[in-house]
Design a protein around this ligand. Structure first.
Ligand SMILES: [Zn+2]
Length: 474
């Protein structure tokens, strides 16, 4: 029998606030364990939470950017469960009245566009982190109370590739909004996947497994692929799928059962009595909407229109906000947008990848890239020389002008000098000259090559071409 995978994702995103959701403790990553805690986030008796307004605004921004409806009335609830990293023995979350409802993320897989619906986005506090040592376990409460939004998708995804694209699009939106740093290594973006199978054509959902511990987009893709195969095999043997939570083991690439999945009633949700409901006016929501920054799609369209970039180039450059920012900074120093785009997408990205660096760590500044392009545009160096100069700029952090001056590199643009070489090459290559005059126009490129060789690649290729044609047509 043929089965169809049905996948939904739950993404937890730490919001970029200076302090926690209900207290003034710092959210900075990397402090000593339990250095950023207070009676509120440690859940001491008698303390009262105070809502962080910035977190609320960031959640609304995320919702609006994803096309959600921001609720005029929402409230917090207690989700009760006992776990050592949860000092209050409940998490303040949102149950039946979340801050955002609906919404969508557009994805594209193998040229096909598809809309993935969102169920909801809710605001909640993060839990602490258990740390396992040899024979002991410690708990770090620094993370306890950091604001999170949980973005829940409808089960609209049908393949591991779609799940991967969905996460990529989601991350791009969050980065453009600057609501989170989206750093998966530091845990500011975490994903759980719900996976089930059903016979093709069936409308009813199969029993699902929830997979946790997915710490990179590639692991999400791999874990879902594994889980689909595991369930397929069980079903083909006539066995039942158990509703459970499974953990992904990234080192050995398999999922294993962690616990049977809780249902909502296991958490005994009830309204948080220490916090007032969140009430917005339509005007307040509108004021957040008008303050939203330009998102990737709009920026892509602008790049195509203002800088005459192709759709593909504009897409690559705007897929990451910091890449698009870098591009626009280059434009402050050079107006040659096409050349900037070519250098960035070709040589710069290749070198950064080789060194495993992001654009933010680029040893070349936008000013330096633009400087290299200017030298080319002024005919001072040839394209071939520019490639070498680029590599040296990347390695040393020096400007193109510095390197060109120090090496005495410069393009030969003196027409009388080039003319001398052209005449010599014509004298030395009668067969090619004859070919050219007999109508074999491609003989020209051989002769151009000979002139370039004789000048160690320094001659201005455009002038070489013109002077050669002039001589040959005589
Ligand atoms: Zn605190």
């Amino acid at each position: 029998m043929d089965y169809e995978p049905v996948i939904g994702l739950e993404v937890h995103v730490q919001l970029k606030t200076a302090s926690k959701l209900f207290c003034g403790c710092s959210t900075k990553f990397g402090a000593l364990p339990n250095a950023q805690v207070c009676p509120v986030c440690l859940g001491y008796p008698g303390v009262l939470p105070v809502l962080n307004e910035k977190a609320l605004t960031l959640a609304v921004m995320a919702g609006l950017a994803m096309g959600s409806t921001v609720a005029l009335y929402s409230k917090f609830d207690r989700k009760n469960y006992f776990y050592p990293d949860l000092p209050k023995a409940y998490q303040v979350s949102q149950y039946d009245e979340p801050i955002c409802l609906g919404g969508k993320i557009d994805i594209e897989v193998e040229g096909t566009r598809k809309e993935i619906r969102l169920t909801r986005i809710h605001l909640e506090e993060d839990a602490g982190k258990s740390m396992h040592f040899k024979g002991d376990t410690g708990v770090d409460y620094n993370r306890t109370g950091i604001p999170l939004i949980e973005i829940v998708s409808e089960p609209d995804l049908r393949s591991p590739q779609e799940a991967y694209q969905y996460l990529k699009e989601l991350k791009t939106i969050l980065e453009y909004l600057d609501v989170s740093d989206c750093n998966m290594e530091e845990g500011s973006l975490r994903c759980d996947a719900n996976v089930s199978l059903r016979p093709v054509g069936e409308k009813k959902m199969g029993t699902r497994a929830e997979i946790k511990n997915l710490n990179s987009f590639h692991n999400v893709e791999k874990a879902i692929t594994y889980e689909i195969e595991r369930q397929k095999e069980l079903l083909s043997r006539g066995e039942r799928i158990v509703q459970e939570t499974r953990l992904w083991n990234a080192d050995e690439s398999f999922t294993r059962s962690m616990r049977s999945k809780e249902a909502a009633h296991d958490y005994r949700y009830f309204p948080e009595p220490d916090l007032v409901p969140i009430v917005f006016s339509a005007k307040e929501i509108e004021s957040v909407r008008v303050s939203l920054p330009e998102l990737a799609q709009r920026r892509k369209e602008r790049f195509m229109k203002d800088f005459a970039l192709t759709a593909y180039d504009a897409e690559v450059l705007t897929a990451q906000k910091d890449l698009a920012d870098f591009f626009e900074r280059c434009l402050k120093y050079s107006k040659n947008a096409k050349a900037i785009s070519n250098w960035m997408m070709g040589d710069l990205m290749r070198e950064l990848k080789l060194k495993d660096l992001g654009i933010a760590q680029s040893p070349m500044s936008p000013e330096h890239i633009a400087g290299l392009i200017e030298l080319m545009d002024q005919g001072k160096i040839s394209g071939k020389m520019a490639k070498d100069v680029f590599l040296e700029m990347f390695g040393t952090g020096k400007s193109a002008q510095e390197i060109v001056s120090a090496k005495g590199l410069s393009q030969l643009s003196d027409s009388s000098q080039i003319e001398g070489v052209v005449k010599k090459v014509i004298q030395e290559n009668p067969p090619s000259v004859q070919d050219y005059r007999n109508g074999k126009k491609n003989a020209l490129s051989y002769l151009v090559g000979q002139v370039m060789k004789a000048t160690q690649g320094r001659a201005n290729p455009k002038m070489v071409n013109e002077l050669l044609v002039k001589e040959l047509e005589k």
